[in-house]
Design a protein around this ligand. Structure first.
Ligand code: URA
Length: 235
């Protein structure tokens, strides 16, 4: 009896430490069946102590007014997808549709992202999707350096809680914000870059493919590489 109580207590402590959300109802191999209690990677720039869950963190920051975008946004866009995913996509910033719905990649670029995922047997439920900026820049202009610097700790905290294995930068702004590089996309795209114990794959932003459909084969190549990297991950 005592042993069972002890086991139950330690199981509850485990759950409260790593996950307060319900387990994702999936037997899908892209999803961890249990949060891996191995070393948590607290990424440089993340707020410490780490919040206990993504849901808790979203609640804590969703009324942010740290930069001017707080005054012009309709909705704060935290993320979409599976909080237990091993693959995380990072885009640039919410656009018009995302700002209205409060979810990332729900417009045309999002539909193309869904197609690219489906092409390698994945769906949004298998991955986690977020952006460098959580609020829409007016008129979809490029993020300003001060906005990226202000919002980056949110992303680093989010990624630290998620603890993914693979991170996909969708476009130049995501690559610049995470890798802190000025390298051009031509040099980064398709490369797998080790980063704080995980792997980053850089590809073009889906909006780029919408403008240049003849380049879509590059995105398809990158997603095939992503699938290979995923399949090679230890269980
Ligand atoms: N483009 C992005 O970078 N992010 C979104 O959420 C939508 C479009």
């Amino acid at each position: 009896m005592t042993v069972r109580k002890e086991q139950l207590r330690s199981h509850l402590e485990y759950l409260s430490l790593f996950e307060t959300e319900l387990p994702w109802p999936s037997a899908n191999p892209t999803v961890r069946s249990q949060r891996d209690p191995r070393e948590l990677r607290v990424l440089p720039g993340a707020g410490e102590p780490l919040p206990r869950s993504l849901a808790e963190y979203e609640q804590a920051i969703c009324n942010c007014q740290r930069c001017a975008l707080g005054a012009t946004r309709t909705k704060f866009v935290f993320a979409d997808g599976n909080p237990r995913a091993r693959i995380v996509f990072v885009g640039e910033a919410p656009g018009h549709d995302e700002d209205l719905q409060g979810l990332p990649f729900v417009g045309r670029a999002g539909q193309l992202l869904n197609q690219l995922l489906a092409g390698v047997g994945l769906s949004r439920k298998d991955v986690y999707i977020c952006n460098v900026l959580k609020c829409r820049p007016p008129g979809n202009r490029d993020p300003q350096p001060v906005e990226v610097a202000t919002c980056r700790p949110y992303l680093m905290t989010q990624l630290s809680i998620l603890n993914p294995d693979l991170l996909v930068c969708l476009g130049r702004h995501a690559a610049m914000a995470l890798l802190q590089t000025d390298a051009v996309m031509r040099d980064l795209r398709g490369r797998v870059i080790p980063w704080h114990g995980l792997q980053i794959l850089v590809t073009y932003h889906p909006a780029y493919f919408l403008r240049s459909m003849n380049q879509l084969y590059l995105g398809e190549q990158d997603f095939r590489k992503l699938r290979e990297l995923y399949d090679a991950l230890p269980a």
